[in-house]
Structure formats: C-alpha cells, structure tokens
Design a protein. Structure first.
Length: 419
C-alpha cells in the first residue's frame, strides 16, 4: 500500500469547470460552440421614440410561401407587439406575362390563357374576353348561347363563393369541416363543367359570337338537380357558421372598409357591396340577358369581414334564383353566330372594353385592333389586383391574426393579380 495522498484537482481546474472555461487540451473532443443564427427579422425603434425608450416595431415578412397568403403573395408587416402599424403587399412572384402573350397570339388562341387568370372562375374569364372581342367586331350572340353563358357564369359564382367561405373559415382555424362542406358542392359543379367543356378547372367554352358547342345529353337535368338542392345546402351551411361564436368574434368589427374609400380605390364586387354601395354590373350594364332575370343585390351595413362573408352567402341564394329561371326558360336554337369566323379572325381597326360582374368584382378586357390577326394592345382589369390595394387600410390597428382573416375576406387569386 502506498502512503501517497489521493489525487485532487488543483484550484485552477476547479475554477475552469465552474465557469465553463475549459482548457482545450483537457477535452479535445468538445465541439466548438455554434455560431449565432442570422436574424430573419429587423427590430427598429418606433417613429419618434428614442432607442432607449420602451417600444419597438418588428418587421415580419409573411410569404410568399405561407399557408395564410392564398398563393405566392407576400405581406411586409411592421408590428407593434401584435398590432399592425404598416403593411405593404408585394406582388410579382407568379407573373406570367399574360397581357404580352395576348398580343402575340391570335384572338382565338388567347381564350385558353384567360382560363388561367382566375383558375376558380375560368368561364367568367372567357366571357369578359369574348365580350370585348364581340364589341370590337360587332358580332351578335344567339339567344340560346346567351342563356348558356348566364348559367355557366352563375354556377361559377356559386363555386367561387363556396370556396371563399371555406378558405376564410379555414384561416380562422376551422381545420376541415366547413371547407370540406364547400368542396363537396364544388365537386358537383366541376362535374357539370367537365361534361360540358372536357376540363374540371381550366374550362374553355365561350367563343366569339356564342359558345363552342351545345349541351351534352342529360346535362340540363343534372344541373337542375344540383340547383334544386342548393337552398337546402345553404341552409345547413348557414346553421353551421352564421352564429358560431368564434366566427362572430373574429369577423365582426374587423377590417372595416368605408364606402368612401371603397369607391375612391376602385374596389368592386362583393367587397364593395359589403360596404353598402349598390353597384353590380349585371344591373348597371345589363350585359347578356341579365335584364330578364329578377334578382336583388345584397348590401352590407358595416363593411366589416362578417358583412363580406354574409354577402357571399346571400349572393349564392340570388344565383340560385337566376339559375332556376335560366334553366326553366332555356330556348332551343343555335349556340353560335354562323357569321362568326373564328380562324383567320381579323377585326377591323378600333378599340373596345368588355367588362362583366365576375365573382370577385369587375373583370374587364381592353383591346386595340390594327386589323391584324393579333391584338395590337391587350390589357386586363382584374378585380383581385385592384381590391388588394386597400389591404393595408383595412388591417391597420388590428392584430396579425386579424390581418390573415382580413386578407382571406378580400378573395384573391394570384393568377389575375400578377397576370
């Protein structure tokens, strides 16, 4: 047995262990500490507040790939705690040069490109474009084709509003049920569109002077069954949502849009009518045969997110009235003007603007012809783009969570924002 005292750590080693300042030679396998992560945000003082004082603005970039941005859309938000102090929408991530393509294609060749502007509402996109060409060339549309256009457009309006309500409630955190209810009915409309056009989403049916073809056998009967069942579905949908306490708390008084701002900013469609402005191109322009179908224009009282939700519900009920009348009175006859020359089409020199009441608002096409097979100028007035311009005004002072719901109530599709 050795009489040597047991080994003990010296004072310096104990101090190093207690402070974490270890000598590298003693622990050669210890990895170096990680480098600090780069900050993905910027913190800056509030305007007019010294840096030493409390309170900062946090800049957050939401999107372009985010489940709450409804497509490749970005919001640059400056937050004071949870409150939105600045919000700048950023576009351009989906730009496909639609208008320049229209100037390099024939008038007929541009119709399939319109399907992609708003991929929920391809048939109404078709209608706005061919209406502009018909004005340019002075073409007439047979009565049966006008009825078919109204039927297709109102089915598209129901489809769009169903999806809007489903996605809006999904943005509030209802993960599944309302959206699946909406998509169940949407599938029935897509079945009708597929049998009519051969496509479920990028539908291509309207032509200058009418429609591409007549209805397939049995189509009217299937459409009538869907229309007959629509009121019962809407009753069930409203019982599920209208008085839900979470929906009421997240929408009433949130994102108020005044009628003065809506008019001055050029806002159209359900957003404008939710602010109490009685303006619907189906009543103003009376394009197609809309003057034959009695229907009312629902208006909101407060201009908030709840009114924008309810306007879509009420407009679907008015679409049901129009569809019932149009299917009942659908006449026989040709579906396209025999004088319409689709291939080698060369309208005389001039300009025209055709517009319709699309589900999201005023959709217009402005064309200039120089007598060649292609438009000399081709421009689109998309409702999603114009309606987005007042997003900041509706979000200021609300929480970031409210901003997501307000964006959902605008009802945008980035294909027609970026064109």
């Amino acid at each position: 047995m050795s009489d040597a005292p047991p080994a003990t750590a010296d004072a310096e080693s104990i101090a190093a262990l207690s402070t974490g300042d270890l000598v590298p030679d003693e622990f050669p396998d210890t990895p170096p500490p990680p480098a600090p992560a780069a900050r993905l945000f910027e913190v800056r003082p509030k305007p007019g507040v010294a840096e030493s004082d409390e309170g900062e603005l946090l800049e957050v970039s939401i999107g372009p790939h985010h489940p709450s941005t409804h497509g490749v859309f970005r919001m640059d938000v400056a937050l004071d705690g949870e409150r939105v102090r600045q919000l700048k929408p950023v576009f351009g991530y989906l730009h496909r040069n639609h208008e320049k393509l229209g100037e390099s294609c024939s008038y007929l060749g541009s119709i399939p490109y319109t399907d992609r502007l708003d991929y929920f509402c391809s048939l109404t996109n078709n209608w706005a474009y061919v209406l502009s060409v018909e004005k340019l060339a002075g073409l007439a549309v047979p009565e049966r084709a006008e009825y078919l256009r109204v039927i297709a457009a109102e089915l598209t309006r129901v489809l769009n509003h169903l999806c809007l309500v489903g996605f809006l409630v999904h943005d509030m955190g209802a993960m599944g049920t309302p959206l699946m209810y909406a998509f169940r009915e949407r599938e029935k409309i897509l079945d009708l569109f597929e049998s009519l056009t051969g496509a479920r989403m990028m539908c291509n049916y309207f032509r200058f002077g009418g429609c591409r073809c007549d209805l397939p056998p049995g189509w009217v009967e299937v459409a009538q069954r869907f229309v007959d069942g629509l009121p019962a579905f809407l009753d069930e949908f409203e019982r599920l949502l209208n008085e839900n306490e979470i929906l009421l708390a997240r929408t009433q008084g949130i994102g108020v849009l005044s009628p003065e701002l809506a008019v001055n900013a050029g806002v159209t469609g359900p957003m404008l009518r939710a602010s109490g402005v009685n303006y619907d191109l189906r009543k103003v322009d009376r394009y197609g045969l809309y003057d034959r179908f009695p229907f009312r224009v629902p208006l909101g009282d407060h201009g908030d997110t709840y009114d924008r939700y309810m306007i879509r519900i009420l407009e679907m009920r008015e679409s049901h009235k129009i569809l019932t009348q149009a299917l009942r009175d659908l006449p026989a006859g040709p579906v396209i003007d025999p004088k319409a020359k689709l291939r080698g089409f060369r309208p005389k020199a001039g300009e025209a603007y055709g517009r319709i009441e699309a589900p999201k608002g005023e959709l217009g096409f402005y064309l200039i012809s120089d007598g060649s097979p292609n438009p000399y100028r081709y421009r689109v007035r998309p409702p999603s783009f114009v309606n987005l311009t007042i997003l900041e005004d509706m979000c200021l002072g609300h929480t970031l969570a409210d901003a997501v719901v307000i964006l959902g109530s605008v009802d945008i599709v980035m294909g027609e924002v970026d064109r």
